[in-house]
Every structure is written in structure tokens, then in C-alpha cells.
Design a protein around this ligand. Structure first.
Ligand SMILES: Nc1ncnc2c1ncn2[C@@H]1O[C@H](COP(=O)(O)OP(=O)(O)OP(=O)(O)O)[C@@H](O)[C@H]1O
Ligand SMILES: [Mg+2]
Length: 258
């Protein structure tokens, strides 16, 4: 039984099949890359897995359990966490407060506690912030010093790091990264690749699906690469296998390879 599996997953928007009959499996410890031309259905595929979109056909299984019809927060609680193509930080909140959002599944107190036991709640929050910053510092120790800065005032790469850290704070089994290097320059992209490697070393037992356009990232980071075109999975294999696949070459350059 695979950790995460999709069976014939499809979604239709009006007359368009944005994702069509995609079979996919990933296990703990694996990192898969997902590539494809613009509009080929990559983000939509992650949106189905994370419950943001309801599949028109097909099923999604996590550890054998059918999670297709669950709500996003239920899927999150079951262990699938994600980042977004465009930044989803709260700009007017501090780095620490943005991270706290990711500790939602560990917030083991209720409304009554906040009223009758505020000290206990504050201590627990402080503990959660410390744990969050500990993970954040793993990416870059300097980020600790920025804990009280507003998200809008920190560099783009640090925002990306915070988003990934926030996604990891729920201790997910599956981490979905939608273009984590979008908007980064070449040097920052290299740094981000190292960061993703660090995640794997630090967190260990996790499955990662990473959408990326940058072939340097695809060559270096994932073990296997999946290629989408017009909503369909047209290839899957190692980086070397997929870049030599005639279907992939045709999808990217629109003709035969010379
Ligand atoms: N909510 C929606 N309603 C209608 N069409 C949608 C919706 N979401 C996605 N689509 C369409 O589905 C197709 C796939 O979009 P998607 O965002 O998944 O592509 P992508 O591979 O992530 O592209 P990019 O590389 O540009 O991020 C596109 O044609 C898009 O316009
Ligand atoms: Mg996308």
C-alpha cells in the first residue's frame, strides 16, 4: 500500500479536463518532481490532493484511506501539508505569528482555557513559537532574529522558508511544494535546493511532491519526475529518462527532437 495514491483522478472545469485520469503513487522518504508546461494541471492536481478542489472522477488515498471527499482542514489533520505558488503569508503579521498558524494541530487548548487559564495558554504558545523558531533556524539561524519583523518586510527567500517551515510544523507525512523557487534568482534557487535537502535530512520520514519549472532543481532534488501535459500524466521516471522521452520533448517544444 502506497502512502499517497491517486487512482484515475480527474477534474473538469466547464469543457476543460484540467486533470485527466492521473494514476500516481508516492511512499515515505520519496521526493517526486512534477513538471509540465503552463496550464498543464500541476497546481490543480495538488489542489485535488489537498481537498481544495473536488475531483470530478477518481479517488485519492492516504495510507489506504479514501480521503477524496474530505475537507482541506481534515486532509491537513490527516497529514498532508502544502505551500502555494504565490505567497500565502499574512503580511501584517510577524514571522512568529505566521509560524504559529502552522501549529494549529498542536494547539491543545480551547476557548475556556484562554478565558480561565490565560497563563497556561500563553506558556503553551511560547513553547510552540520556540519549537517553530527551532525548525526555522535549521534553514538559516539568522531568521531567529527576524521573529518580530512583519512578513511584508523580509526578503522573498525568507518568506518562502517561513512558508515551508509553517507547512512542516504539523509534522506532515506528505509535503506538497508548489513552485518554491518562484520569484527567486539563480543563487537563491540553489540555496532553496539546499534547504529542501535539509528538510529531508531533518524531518526524515516524509514524502515530498515539488512542482518546479527550473530543470536544475529537477535534476538535483527529486528521485523521480512526473510530467503533465494538458492535464494528463505523459511520463514518469528519473530525470535522465524523462528528458529523453519523445512525448516530453514534444510537449515542451511542440515537435520532434532533432
Ligand atoms: N478554478 C478553476 N476554474 C476554471 N479553470 C481552472 C481553475 N483552476 C485551474 N483551471 C484551469 O485548469 C488548467 C490547469 O491549471 P493549473 O493552474 O493547474 O496549471 P499549472 O500546470 O499549475 O500551470 P502553471 O505552470 O502556470 O502554474 C488551466 O487551463 C487553468 O486555467
Ligand atoms: Mg501552477
Amino acid at each position: 500500500m502506497a502512502l499517497l495514491e491517486t487512482k484515475s483522478i480527474s477534474i473538469q472545469f466547464g469543457g476543460l479536463w484540467a486533470v485527466k485520469n492521473v494514476d500516481f503513487q508516492i511512499d515515505l522518504g520519496q521526493t517526486f518532481g512534477l513538471i509540465g508546461p503552463n496550464g498543464s494541471g500541476k497546481t490543480t492536481f495538488l489542489n485535488i490532493i489537498s481537498g481544495i478542489y473536488s475531483a470530478t472522477n477518481g479517488r485519492v488515498f492516504l495510507e489506504g484511506e479514501d480521503i477524496t471527499d474530505l475537507k482541506p482542514y481534515q486532509i491537513f489533520k490527516k497529514g498532508i501539508s502544502r505551500t502555494y505558488q504565490s505567497s500565502r503569508l499574512c503580511w501584517e503579521m510577524s514571522v512568529a505569528d505566521n509560524l504559529l498558524v502552522g501549529t494549529y494541530t498542536s494547539q491543545d487548548y480551547g476557548l475556556a482555557d484562554t478565558i480561565f487559564h490565560p497563563k497556561k495558554v500563553n506558556n503553551r504558545l511560547a513553547e510552540l513559537v520556540e519549537n517553530s523558531l527551532d525548525l526555522l533556524s535549521y534553514f538559516n539561524p539568522c531568521l531567529i532574529e527576524k521573529r518580530y519583523e512583519l512578513a511584508k518586510n523580509i526578503p522573498h527567500i525568507d518568506r518562502r522558508r517561513i512558508e515551508i517551515t509553517r507547512a512542516l510544523l504539523s509534522k506532515p507525512k506528505v509535503l506538497l511544494l508548489d513552485e518554491p523557487t518562484a520569484g527567486l534568482n539563480d543563487d537563491e534557487t540553489m540555496t532553496m535546493m539546499d534547504d529542501i535537502q535539509k528538510i529531508k535530512d531533518k524531518v526524515g520520514n516524509i514524502a515530498i511532491i515539488i512542482i518546479e519549472h527550473d530543470m536544475k532543481v529537477m535534476e538535483k532534488v527529486p528521485q523521480r519526475v512526473i510530467v503533465f501535459n494538458a492535464g494528463e500524466k505523459i511520463a514518469e521516471g528519473t530525470f535522465q529518462e524523462i528528458i529523453n522521452d519523445p512525448n516530453v520533448i514534444k510537449a515542451y517544444i511542440g515537435g520532434e527532437a532533432k
